[in-house]
Ligand binder design. Structure first.
Ligand code: ISL
Length: 555
């Protein structure tokens, strides 16, 4: 089997915020095409595009109204074909975002489905009458007590036909009914259409939520929350493996050189082994969420400091769990996460480099989110009116309505809002950071005068140069891609250390994830070669604040 992605690095572009070619303040496909040299210079193998399909943009394009076209804000299918050809001409591949747990409420499938209870597409979505004989819209009449991920109930009443439809995300993102075989065939046909056009695979949005327990039982009510957590009924649901295997047979079988990655909130390492076991024919790798949940309490808004030892336990378990069967994806940032250098670093270029070293020396396929390679930071949000993300805006309204002080809610949004990832890419020090000549749809981070691609391009000490070297190591040092992983110093609260071993070559990775100097004692490495280091210092001894080293020795 061609598992080329074992040595690959993926770069994620969030099209709204990457590069704007026409001055309307929104990024577009021609903008991306004009910046492809940045990706080739970095050395990445794959470009993953967040959704570019026609969409009312209720959830940043994750609400799709036509799966087989391009949103006019981003360009045309002809622009897409040009971009794809330009990506391929540089020897890179292109992944599309596949969002098929739900559609937009403006998708023709849903328009038909909601038109009458007898419509042939009625069963393509989850429609249910009000319960207990109550009136549509009456408090508690929802078919289950589930909350949506974006605040409020997961059911929306629809006056026209007197029933509710299910939406795990916004009310404008109705969930598709994957138990209906016509839904599955329509999705597979659409996927084949993109593959025939030349794309190289898919990142599959919340793909472990497509199978629901058809009994739709109530969820457990957790303290203080108005709606219950229904996830037991839709995370890794009863027919998920069947659906993924069917999709594999119907869409991917007989095609080579592809990559599939399933986004799977709530997935365990045991599940992930099954999903990514090549013999089962499901997906190549999954995005898991355990590590990005370590700095929260009951919800992402409940802020907690990261305990480095817990990060070691978590990532270490995933490394061990997928060592023989399956494969890991590795990520810090994406369009849903705050910026890693602000989150677990101190915002400095040094912290950005060391956090990058830590992640990129693990075994798995690393994903770099636009701007991460520059050390882009969280935005200094002044007030709620600056946020655009539906999750943030809805959470603020709901939390304040429930009596939480606005300033406290803002503190959580500043730390965790998805908009932190979505501010414009910082190309240069000019007023709109080279992103647009117009007014950007989200403000540019004022730190772009320091943190930008142009300033770093020729600087061998830059965060960008460090990422380039990390990517090169993965391509040229087989132990980085293939080596066995062993965690060291599990109790150390500041130093994250591990080895990788492959065919007589051993690597030692030492990362000081703290602002204080830290002593390390790992015997036998003093004569080892320094492959990459933030300070140019070799050996083990003392690490400066935020210092990291990668050492190599041969048995
Ligand atoms: O962002 C989150 C953390 O609060 C998650 O709940 C997130 O919504 C979840 O990881 C699923 O994400 C994906 O599907 C969503 C979309 O909003 C996200 O942007 C996408 O990555 C619905 O399509």
């Amino acid at each position: 089997m061609d598992e080329w992605w074992r040595t690959a690095v993926v770069y994620q572009v969030y099209p709204r915020s990457f590069a704007d070619s026409d001055g309307d303040g929104v990024g577009d496909l021609r903008g991306i095409e004009s910046r492809l040299d940045h990706l080739s210079d970095l050395g990445v193998d794959v470009l993953w595009l967040s959704p570019v399909y026609p969409s009312p943009q209720d959830d940043g394009g994750y609400d799709i109204s036509d799966y087989q076209d391009i949103d006019p804000a981003f360009g045309t299918l002809a622009d897409f074909d040009r971009l794809l050809a330009a990506v391929h001409a540089r020897g890179m591949k292109l992944l599309m975002d596949l969002v098929v747990n739900h559609t937009s409420d403006e998708h023709p499938w849903f328009q038909a489905s909601r038109s009458s209870r007898e419509d042939p597409k009625r069963d393509w979505y989850w429609w249910r009458p009000p319960r207990f004989g109550m009136d549509l819209g009456a408090p508690g009449a929802e078919p289950t007590n589930w909350g949506s991920f974006f605040s409020g109930p997961a059911w929306e009443p629809d006056e026209a036909t007197g029933e509710y439809y299910l939406h795990l995300f916004s009310r404008r993102q109705p969930d598709l009914n994957w138990d209906n075989p016509q839904v599955r065939q329509a999705v597979y046909a659409m996927m084949r259409w993109w593959l025939d056009r030349g794309v190289d695979g898919f990142r599959m949005d919340v793909i472990n939520m497509i199978s629901k327990d058809p009994a739709l039982p109530d969820g457990r009510v957790t303290g203080g929350e108005p709606y219950a957590d229904g996830s037991e009924s839709f995370i890794n649901g009863p027919r998920l493996h069947d659906h993924l295997q069917e999709m594999h047979r119907e869409v991917f079988a007989g095609r080579d050189g592809l990559l599939t990655v399933g986004e799977m909130p709530g997935v365990t390492v045991e599940d992930a082994r099954l999903f990514t076991d090549p013999a089962r024919g499901e997906v190549d790798m999954v995005f898991q969420f355990e590590h990005v949940g370590l700095d929260q309490g009951a919800t992402k808004w409940d802020l907690r400091a990261l305990d480095l030892r817990a990060l070691k336990v978590s990532l270490g378990r995933w490394q061990a769990g997928l060592a023989d069967v399956g494969w890991n994806s590795l990520y810090w940032d994406n369009h849903d996460q705050p910026r890693i250098v602000s989150r677990w670093g101190d915002g400095s270029p040094l912290a950005a480099k060391t956090l990058a070293t830590l992640l990129h020396l693990h075994r798995g396929t690393p994903y770099v989110f636009q701007g991460e390679e520059l050390g882009m930071t969280n935005y200094p949000w002044a007030g709620i009116e600056e946020f655009r993300d539906i999750e943030s805006v809805n959470h603020f309204a709901a939390a304040v309505a429930a009596g939480q002080p606005a300033e406290e809610v803002l503190t959580a949004l500043r730390a965790k809002s998805r908009d932190n990832a979505r501010t414009p890419m910082q190309w240069d020090a000019s007023p709109q950071a080279g992103f647009t000549t117009g007014t950007p749809w989200l403000p540019v981070n004022p730190d772009h005068v320091r943190v930008n691609a142009a300033a770093q391009a020729g600087d061998p000490d830059s965060v960008l140069a460090h990422y380039r070297r990390l990517i090169e190591l993965r391509h040229t040092v087989p132990a980085v891609a293939h080596g066995d992983f062993t965690m060291l110093l599990p109790e150390d609260e500041r130093v994250y250390a591990f080895t990788r071993a492959h065919q007589g070559v051993e690597l030692l990775v030492l990362c000081n994830v703290s602002a204080a100097a830290a002593a390390v004692d790992v015997p036998g490495w003093d004569a080892a070669e320094l492959l990459l280091g933030t300070h140019g210092t070799g050996g083990t001894g003392e690490l400066a604040p935020w210092e990291s080293r990668v050492l190599r020795r041969t048995a």
